[in-house]
Design a protein around this ligand. Structure first.
Ligand code: NG1
Length: 442
């Protein structure tokens, strides 16, 4: 792959990608024989602020990573999809594209390709061409997995971009992002649209403000968010894996839906928590119970929809969850203003407040994440730090003065190891470019 092309995607990091692309092409040829492969890529992301707001139609402010998933594909004349992985620990899989593709076991990586394939077959209503494909997502260039950096959506988006290209479907990027977020429901989560939007719409060197509420025509508002000069966005991965499919994610969605249902008698048009964002919290608070069970909601005629894994005696902490969403939306708007004004100190303070809210009201932190956040705050030059992503493990994101990066890496790494016995992987986020077709290689 030409260096100049890779530069337009990876900037200063392009040179080190050359051998990665060459290796992927090599493994591809070994698996499928000589000839051309189309190369697609999709980045992971770090969410700077705006956690668990997307599925409530709120605001988010993610940044794409320069760490991505490559999907090499050779179109086939039939609807078969064959997939191998550069990492041999991932066994090869095959499936046939149709409007009803049987899923692999829960959590299996191929479900993130089956999802967009099935959704596209349904959407386009014709027989699609499949491909012989290879995934390259190994460290250090790949998106770290199960770390709240959206490796799963990167895989979904890479699959969708490849299938759309091969089958001559050319939707607008925002339309494709929306398509991908619904396609990912195939795996069993009811996530929002943030990850797929940033994966597709990212611009190198910028964050992306996204209003997750569509307008009357179903369109979304996005705008680039300038990153503070002289500061770096650092990510520290706790190494604690979280799993949205089996974890408490759907419970949080249920708690927000319960809040919506309980506010409806006073806010007739409410469909998402975002719809009461302009009401003062003091007006909402009295109508939201501290806790209520799924069964008690049922007695009031409230059903929470198609969320797998909700037991009748499950106690939902509705008030605190809604308070997090309501305050977090305010913080995202304030963060955008701080970024536009170049005020890193104000932005950092908002990250700290967002962390406290995620920990106390949304209860998605864990001891390892707390250890990382504490350690980050001990470094001179850290403007703010918070957990990022769905939670229950994964990563923290910190806003660090450029000159303080070495101190951050040393101190946070040591402190975390001393407190937990684990190694944190710490790296800077060089805001990367959005997903797409890179070119063809042999
Ligand atoms: P991660 O951190 O990648 O599991 C999940 C959701 C996002 C968003 C965040 C919490 C999916 C695919 N991703 O992201 O939409 O809700 O949690 O802010 O469901």
């Amino acid at each position: 792959m030409q260096l100049s092309l890779l530069r337009s995607i990876y900037g200063d990091g392009a040179a080190e990608q050359v051998s990665r692309y060459a290796e992927a092409l090599d493994v591809f040829r070994t698996a499928y024989g000589p000839g051309e492969a189309l190369i697609f890529r999709a980045p992971g992301r770090v969410n700077l602020i705006g956690e668990h707001t997307d599925y409530n139609h709120g605001y988010v402010l993610p940044v794409a990573l320069d760490r991505d998933i490559l999907l090499l594909a050779r179109p086939r004349p039939d609807p078969a999809v064959n997939l191998v992985n550069v990492e041999s620990s991932y066994a090869a899989v095959s499936f046939t594209i149709s409007p009803a593709i049987p899923s692999a076991a829960a959590g299996h990586w191929s479900n993130y390709i089956r999802g967009p394939a099935q959704a596209m077959a349904q959407h386009l209503g014709r027989t699609l061409r499949g491909f012989d494909g290879l995934i390259s997502a190994a460290a250090p260039f790949g998106v770290p997995r199960a770390a709240g950096l959206s490796s799963s959506s990167a895989l979904t988006v890479a699959g969708a971009v490849a299938l759309a290209h091969i089958n001559d479907w050319r939707p607008e990027k925002t339309r494709l992002a929306q398509f991908c977020s619904e396609a990912e429901w195939y795996v069993g989560t009811r996530g929002g649209i943030m990850d797929q939007f940033i994966a597709l719409l990212a611009q190198r060197g910028q964050g992306l403000f996204l209003d997750c509420r569509p307008d009357a025509e179903g369109r979304y508002t996005t705008s680039p968010a300038p990153l503070p000069a002289d500061y770096r966005i650092l990510i520290a991965n706790s190494g604690v894996h979280h799993d949205n499919v089996r974890g408490g994610f759907n419970q949080r969605v249920a708690e927000c839906r319960a809040g919506v249902a309980l506010l409806r008698p006073r806010h007739a048009d409410i469909t998402h928590l975002r719809d009461v964002q302009d009401a003062p919290w003091a007006q909402l608070d009295p109508h939201l119970p501290e806790t209520i069970t799924v069964a008690e909601l049922g007695q009031r005629g409230i059903r929470l929809g198609d969320l797998p894994g909700l037991a009748a005696d499950l106690s939902l902490r509705v008030k605190a969850r809604c308070r997090h969403v309501w305050t977090e939306n305010g913080r995202v708007l304030a963060a955008l203003a701080a970024m536009r004004g170049g005020d890193a100190t104000a932005l950092g303070r908002l990250l700290d407040q967002a962390h406290a809210s995620a920990r106390d009201d949304y209860e998605i932190s864990c001891p390892e994440i707390e250890s990382l956040v504490r350690a980050a705050h001990e470094v001179d030059g850290v403007a703010g730090a918070r957990l990022t992503g769905a939670g229950w493990g994964g990563c923290i994101v910190a806003l660090v003065r450029a000159g303080a990066v070495p101190d951050f890496e040393t101190h946070v790494g040591r402190r975390y190891h001393a407190e937990t016995g684990r190694q944190a992987s710490i790296f800077a986020c060089r805001a990367g470019a959005g997903a797409g077709w890179v070119g063809a290689g042999r």
